[in-house]
Design a protein around this ligand. Structure first.
Ligand code: OSB
Ligand code: MG
Length: 370
């Protein structure tokens, strides 16, 4: 794969409505688009980091720095023949997984375009359409929350995930159960807002029969989660705590979770995501694909990885209109049938870029020639 040049575009797009979690509120997303040029093909990647280091330590700013100072020079140093080599090339650089994944994702797209196959196929995907869910932030009132739940249920979403935090947990979730019943697929995401001292309060959620509770305890913990899981009927799903296949193996061995949320950015790319998928499949741990309020390129990568066989639970990859007035890809991501997204069959990610939308939101652009 001879790389001719790499382009990094920085864009900032407003969300259709604010998104609030236990760690803060987002009104817009600024992110990076990566374009890797090789002959007649261009591979697309997206940095999923948030503007502030509140979900993880990475930010759009740290990603720009890491790309510029370390990762792009390393990638351009010698030619690679397969995307798996990118993970190895980046291994001496500690963490900075979202920065690594942005480049690695573009290389995977480029590689599958050169092979003339879909990214899903290149990754070993088997599902031709995927089940999807939606993540709902902390809403100003319970009524507004119920309105959103109703809207997304009507759109057929197969998993309703609600953000919770201490003081906003049992009440809104119980209201959803009272209103829509126990048959709707409901889960909660705490984004590390609790500690083991809250164990009694967390156990009060058990009667609500949630599909799972995501990352209740510290963002870097797998020990306390194993204690909590041993006392909790509701399955724990880890998000923030899992950065690698080794983290996943240890969490499974300790019994820290029964489900794992795989985010390509958080784990450093598609190669590592696939490895985590494989270890989970071996241990009968279901996985689903998490989201980072991605633009269309990130969304397309999520769709491709979700086509792997152990992704048996609906992920957070909603349609483009969940977050964007106009997405950066064409066509936009839509539900093919209620609660389902079709996996594109075209080469690579299977979407073109909407350069008009990108240019409307462009802050800066940098080109690295090889
Ligand atoms: O914890 O899953 C999370 C968004 C930003 C950071 C962390 C998370 C989320 C979401 C939104 O829940 C998922 C999405 O719809 O993209
Ligand atoms: Mg989460």
């Amino acid at each position: 794969m001879k790389i001719d040049k790499i382009e990094v575009q920085h864009v900032k797009m407003p969300l259709v409505s604010p998104f609030k979690t236990s760690f803060g509120e987002l009104l817009e997303k600024d992110f990076l688009i990566i374009k890797i040029y090789s002959g007649e093909h261009i591979g697309y990647g997206e940095s999923v980091a948030l503007p502030d280091p509140t979900y993880s330590e990475e930010t759009t700013g740290t990603v720009i720095y890491m790309l510029n100072e370390f990762l792009i020079p390393l990638l351009l140093k010698d030619e690679i023949t397969h995307p798996d080599e990118v993970t190895k090339r980046f291994a001496p650089i500690r963490r900075n997984n979202m920065a690594k994944a942005a480049l690695e994702g573009a290389i995977w797209d480029l590689y599958s375009k050169q092979q003339g196959i879909s990214l899903s196929k290149a990754l070993g995907g088997v599902q031709t359409s995927i089940d999807v869910g939606v993540s709902i932030g902390i809403e100003p009132t319970t009524d507004m929350l119920l309105t959103k739940v109703e809207r997304f249920l009507n759109e057929g979403y197969k998993k309703i995930k609600v953000k919770i935090k201490p003081g906003y947990d049992l009440e809104p979730l119980a209201k959803i159960r009272q209103t829509f019943g126990y048959d709707i697929p409901l889960m909660a995401d705490a984004n590390s807002a609790y500690t083991l001292a809250d164990i009694e309060r967390i156990k009060e959620l058990d009667p609500l029969k949630l599909m799972m509770i995501e990352q209740p305890l510290a963002y870097d913990d797998i020990i306390d989660h194993s204690i909590l899981q041993s006392e909790l009927a509701t399955p724990i799903c880890l998000d923030e705590s899992i950065h690698s296949v080794e983290d996943a193996r240890k969490a499974i061995e300790l019994g820290s979770c029964k489900i794992i949320n795989i985010k390509i950015g958080r784990v450093g790319g598609l190669t590592e995501a696939k490895k985590i998928h494989d270890v989970c499949k071996k241990h009968d741990i279901p996985v689903w694909c998490g989201g980072m309020l991605e633009g269309g390129i990130g969304r397309a990568h999520n769709i491709a990885i979700t086509s792997l066989p152990a992704f048996t639970i609906a992920g957070d990859t909603s349609a483009s209109n969940r977050y964007w007035k106009k997405d950066i890809i064409c066509p936009e991501v839509t539900l093919s049938t209620p609660g389902k997204i079709e996996v594109p069959k075209g080469a690579g990610i299977g979407f073109d870029l909407n350069e008009t939308v990108i240019n409307q939101h462009l802050i800066s652009k940098k080109v690295y020639a090889n």
